[in-house]
Design a protein around this ligand. Structure first.
Ligand SMILES: NC(=O)c1ccc[n+]([C@@H]2O[C@H](COP(=O)([O-])OP(=O)(O)OC[C@H]3O[C@@H](n4cnc5c(N)ncnc54)[C@H](OP(=O)(O)O)[C@@H]3O)[C@@H](O)[C@H]2O)c1
Length: 249
């Protein structure tokens, strides 16, 4: 398969790239700082292509995906994303805008350019990395939660819209995965999982063309309960001291 992964320089994207390369697939990765991509992996796999691309820059991303695919693209994993870092009561709106641009428009851009290649093929697989944070409005992380909720809903809609075109759509909603993104968190992260283990689980779900994959299982149970409970209960629970912000701003 020809697989293009946005945000493949570190974390979940890098682990997925390694996994698909090990299985003999052609993999394209992009990130804004391609020098972060481990050189030993770059040197090991001839089937790998790296692109220094910001997913918000439409021209850059279209050119990279076109160059990689060379007419055939089987899967795109729109994985590039950023989070808030230290949570605060007062949103930093410049950060919030950046989060929405990368996490939502970045996915839209990747899907748009992938579809340009997949529609004539009458097959393909669009994948986006959402988050369990997309199921509820997390205190101190409004823009992140909103961006991931948007990704979940986009994928749900597209999974219906693109079925008739022969194109599958999957949304992946991980809990806490040990990556540079979560290494900046200073709060507890229950059920924290390594990115290599997460990539194995994600790949298994993608092999089965799951439309939505929420994991780890224990986190899925908690998120389902939080999502389904009356919103006044949810707000009261999140108002408890144990969920307090790490910063008072
Ligand atoms: N870790 C978790 O617990 C967790 C949980 C749920 C969902 N997620 C989601 O999983 C995805 C991957 O995150 P991660 O945890 O693996 O974090 P990570 O290690 O920080 O990886 C983020 C990747 O996105 C790239 N990226 C960020 N902004 C970009 C942009 N504008 N254009 C192109 N690439 C960009 C980064 O590369 P450059 O810095 O080189 O641009 C990096 O390769 C994100 O969408 C995140 O929201 C993570």
């Amino acid at each position: 398969m020809n697989i293009f992964i946005t945000g493949g320089t570190t974390g979940i994207g890098l682990s997925l790239a390694k996994l698909y390369l090990e299985e003999g697939h052609r993999v394209g990765v992009c990130g804004r700082h391609i020098d972060k991509f481990p050189s030993e992996i770059k040197n090991k796999y001839k089937l790998l292509k790296c692109y220094e691309v910001n997913v918000v820059n439409r021209e850059e991303l279209r050119a990279a995906m076109g160059d990689f695919a060379n007419g055939q693209l089987d899967m795109v994993i729109a994985n590039a994303g950023r989070s808030v870092g230290a949570k605060s009561k007062t949103p930093q709106f410049s950060v919030a805008n950046d989060i929405v641009d990368i996490n939502v428009k970045g996915v839209l851009n990747a899907f748009e350019f992938a579809l340009e290649l997949m529609v004539p093929q009458k097959k393909g697989h669009l994948v986006a990395t959402a988050s369990v944070a997309g199921f509820m409005g997390l205190p101190g992380a409004g823009a992140y939660s909103a961006s991931k909720a948007a990704v979940l809903k986009l994928c749900e809609s597209y999974s219906i819209d693109f079925k008739r075109l022969g194109i599958d759509v999957s949304a992946i909603a991980p809990g806490f995965i040990d990556t540079p993104l979560t290494q900046q968190n200073n709060h507890k992260m229950p059920f924290l999982m390594s990115s290599d283990k997460a990539a194995k689980l994600i790949k298994k779900a993608l092999d089965k063309k799951k439309i939505l994959y929420v994991f780890p299982f224990r986190m899925k149970i908690i998120v389902t309960l939080l999502d389904k409970m009356p919103r006044s209960w949810y707000r009261a629970l999140m108002g408890l001291k144990m969920f307090n912000y790490s910063s008072d701003h």
